[in-house]
Design a protein around this ligand. Structure first.
Ligand code: PEP
Length: 251
């Protein structure tokens, strides 16, 4: 893997989006056809109900699709659940795992996140593994300790030819309009890079570290050039093609 990985701009639609909203995928595909973003890999993760439809629209385009969760098992007696191989079959290239909303709403532990990330790798998919501190942890000076603990528990080993992505998403910045100051993002991403290199050696230099939390067209130009910020994970501003493209075209 290259030592300066390509910027990844990834959208997380969360529990939003109906069939009619596939028009947003069509708009992003058309825009990237007309005005390519060659320095940027572009990904949208819709709800699973429209993943296959979205993936069809994205075929042979510069827009890729991903899922927002997976079961740890490949298949079996798990009513209502969906495994990574099934998500791959629906067109996904990436899966977000360990988002703070899943950690909070479904009590997902680091161990569960680690198992989900491994099931993504086994299915040939790239896990985007989310970590990040709460506001109370940040104000108590525990942000780095908490994130390092999450990394230790949530990040699996991966083989040559496989890829993982880390997303640093301070919980208090998600959906709030609040963003850490540049120094705090710089320090956290440097610490995550150091952790990756300690754990994986040279390969740790090529793992992409995304920033997520109220990233918008208006602040992307300030956040994305920070050292060790290799892209963004974007919630609210990924729902409308103009906003999402506004971030893509700052790269
Ligand atoms: C997210 O949910 O991953 C996220 C970063 O959301 P937002 O951009 O809306 O803060």
């Amino acid at each position: 893997m290259s030592q300066s990985p390509k910027t990844l701009i990834a959208g997380n639609w969360k529990m939003n989006g109906l069939t009619k909203d596939l028009a947003q995928f069509e708009a992003v595909v058309t825009a990237l056809n007309e005005k390519p973003a060659p320095d940027c890999q572009v990904l949208l993760c819709p709800p699973v109900t429209i993943l296959a439809g979205a993936s069809q629209i994205c075929q042979n385009s510069a827009l890729q699709t991903g899922a927002q969760n997976t079961h740890v098992a490949e298949s079996g007696a798990h009513t209502g659940d969906i495994g990574a191989t099934m998500l791959r079959d629906a067109g996904a290239d990436f899966i977000i795992v360990g988002h703070s909303e899943r950690r909070a709403d479904h009590q997902e532990t680091d161990g569960v996140v680690n198992a989900k990330a491994r099931s993504c790798l086994n299915a040939g998919l790239i896990p985007i593994i989310c970590v990040g501190e709460t506001h109370a942890e940040r104000t108590s000076g525990l942000a780095l300790t908490v994130v390092e603990h999450q990394l230790n528990g949530s990040v699996p080993d991966f083989d040559e030819g496989q890829e993982i992505v880390i997303a640093y998403e301070p919980v208090w910045a998600i959906g709030t309009g609040l963003v850490p100051d540049t120094n705090d993002i710089t320090n956290m991403h440097a610490a995550i890079r150091e952790w990756l290199v300690t754990r994986f050696g040279e390969r740790g230099k090529g793992v992409r570290i995304l920033y997520g939390g109220s990233l918008k067209p208006s602040n992307a130009a300030e956040i994305l050039p920070i050292p060790n910020v290799n892209g963004g994970l974007i919630g609210g501003a990924s729902l409308k093609s103009e906003d999402f493209l506004g971030i893509v075209y700052t790269v």
